[in-house]
Design a protein around this ligand. Structure first.
Ligand SMILES: Cc1cc2nc3c(=O)[nH]c(=O)nc-3n(C[C@H](O)[C@H](O)[C@H](O)COP(=O)(O)OP(=O)(O)OC[C@H]3O[C@@H](n4cnc5c(N)ncnc54)[C@H](O)[C@@H]3O)c2cc1C
Length: 496
């Protein structure tokens, strides 16, 4: 497609924009579909917004994953003059700058159920688009519905969205508008000192090609044992789908995953396992729907009655949790595994939060960004509501307090996970590995491990601290402020 000059007297050629956010793929993509059929050249863009990047929920591992995803999309798009252009800077400045060189007619993007900052960015950008007669269309992201006040018919609508045919995108060649105008994008280059480096090989690589590989291997073989190993810290790494970063950053749409597995030839052989996974795709959207309706959950207790609860907030204990040096093996192994690989399973995430907020008596906000940065699949819509659910600050869910030693024995009985991530415990016999502080001095000498020197002493008594926490939180839940809020939450978020 050739670049057309703008209307008479206007030297700016007309273009459309595809604004990529958490939809880093080239199939089942509504924005690309609209752009291809609009009859104008278009520029796909990704903006690394400085203000958002400075927020404490972001980490280099996220940015490297996004950049790898863009690179992978460009394998498809670049030969056709449609490569995704990366901009580092302020979103509004980027759109103003583009609008000086081009007459932007349409912008297409997916809705983003993000934090308050991204919502504010979108409001500012919308104002600019309106002033400049630019049409901005936002498509519904997965099954999350904008503008809802409650959950009436939410599940029904979600299944309808999953059943819609996938969009089959095709791409035609065009004259690249950026190259035709010989635009210099260096104004929006990454500052050399902060440009994110590639993620290490221990982390899942970004991009739709890898995403499809994970999806296929799950359908073909890994998924058969999904339900059996979902809670095991070691075996879940192989038998969970591991699709979370690909879904969170949009390398795959949820509908692609849903339809692929529902129609897979193995579905009837592993119906229980596959269905257990498929229902979680709905949970994914269920949590994001909460956040879409209430993004204050990033910083405020879901049940605001809990704002009155006092915490010990001991900084040394917090540091021990963050650095994986609490002396409780399952807690430390998880934190170290997460740091190295960007992924642990659901139960272990819940256990880390439970340990932080209950056993260590920390306000949930003390650890929420730490895990957000470490999770390669970080999605605010799931992260904050889940974190608060595990911390007990919703006031509507049962309080789950995980006993770390019991969970360690139950889910890692051979200590496989512990030994991998805590090499200092490699020679500790299995009867002690879950609670090594129970070894006598003689036993410590025998197994060449000095508790306090080679591995920390436990920072809390796991049984005693849980008893105190349980009493504290259950009595707090009875307070009238909490009960009043509870009704409001049930009205708004409970599925009808
Ligand atoms: C404190 C806490 C924070 C979390 N933060 C995130 C986050 O930022 N991003 C994220 O994707 N998940 C988050 N989860 C949910 C869950 O732990 C991960 O989705 C899951 O472990 C990812 O692994 P998987 O892709 O192999 O999942 P699978 O078990 O194979 O499930 C398939 C997909 O379903 C969705 N899913 C699975 N479990 C849940 C769940 N409990 N709630 C919502 N969606 C779910 C995910 O999209 C996942 O990729 C969090 C859980 C907790 C307890």
């Amino acid at each position: 497609m050739k670049i057309k000059p703008g209307p008479r007297g206007n030297s700016r050629p007309e273009v459309n924009l595809v604004w990529i956010k958490r939809d880093l793929r080239t199939q089942d993509h509504a924005s690309f579909q609209r752009a291809e059929s609009a009859g104008l050249p278009y520029i796909p863009i990704y903006i690394f917004d400085q203000r958002l990047l400075n927020h404490p929920d972001v980490s280099d591992r996220h940015l490297a994953f996004i950049r790898a995803s863009i690179k992978d999309m460009n394998v498809v798009l670049s030969p056709l003059g449609k490569s995704i252009r990366e901009f580092y800077g302020d979103s509004l400045t980027v759109f103003k700058w583009l609008n000086e060189s081009f007459l932007i007619k349409n912008v297409w993007s997916y809705q983003e159920s993000g934090i308050a900052l991204s919502w504010d960015r979108d409001k500012a950008v919308r104002e600019f688009f309106v002033e400049n007669h630019i049409e901005w269309t936002e498509f519904q992201q997965n099954g999350v519905q904008r503008g809802r006040k409650n959950r009436k018919d939410w599940i029904k609508n979600w299944y309808m969205t999953m059943a819609e045919p996938l969009i089959v995108n095709s791409f035609s060649p065009q004259e690249d508008p950026i190259e035709t105008k010989a635009l210099d994008l260096s104004l929006f280059d990454w500052p050399i000192d902060i440009v994110p480096q590639n993620n290490p090989p221990e982390m899942q690589p970004g991009g739709q090609t890898k995403a499809r590989h994970y999806l296929m291997t799950f359908g073909k073989e890994r998924g058969a044992n999904y339900a059996r190993f979902i809670s095991k810290p070691h075996k879940s790494r192989m038998h969970c789908s591991r699709l979370s970063p690909y879904i969170s950053w949009g390398n795959l749409s949820i509908r692609q995953v849903y339809q692929f597995l529902k129609h897979h030839k193995n579905y009837r052989h592993h119906k229980r396992a596959f269905n257990a996974m498929l229902v979680r795709l709905r949970w994914h959207c269920h949590f994001i729907q909460k956040f879409e309706m209430e993004c204050t959950y990033e910083t405020k207790c879901i049940n605001q009655g809990f704002e009155l609860m006092q915490h010990d907030n001991n900084e040394e204990l917090l540091l021990a949790w963050k650095t994986g040096t609490t002396g409780i093996p399952i807690v430390d192994a998880n934190m170290r595994a997460l740091k190295a690989t960007g992924w642990i399973n659901f139960r272990m995430r819940a256990l880390l939060v439970s340990f932080l907020t209950h056993h260590l008596d920390q306000d949930w906000r003390k650890g929420v960004y730490h895990l957000a940065q470490l999770f390669l699949d970080y999605d605010p819509g799931i992260h904050y509501p889940q974190f608060q659910m595990q911390a007990g600050t919703t006031g509507v869910n049962t309080i789950r307090m995980y006993n770390p030693v019991k969970n360690s024995k139950e889910h890692d009985p051979e200590g496989q996970f512990l030994k991998k991530w805590l090499p200092e415990l490699a020679h500790v016999p299995i009867e002690f590995i879950h609670a090594p502080w129970e070894m006598s001095e003689l036993e410590q000498t025998m197994y060449d491990l000095n508790i306090g020197r080679d591995y920390p002493k436990p920072v809390v008594d796991v049984i005693g601290s849980a008893q105190v926490a349980r009493k504290k939180i259950w009595s707090f839940r009875k307070r009238p402020e909490v009960q009043k809020e509870k009704k409001k939450i049930l009205n708004r978020h409970v599925i009808q």
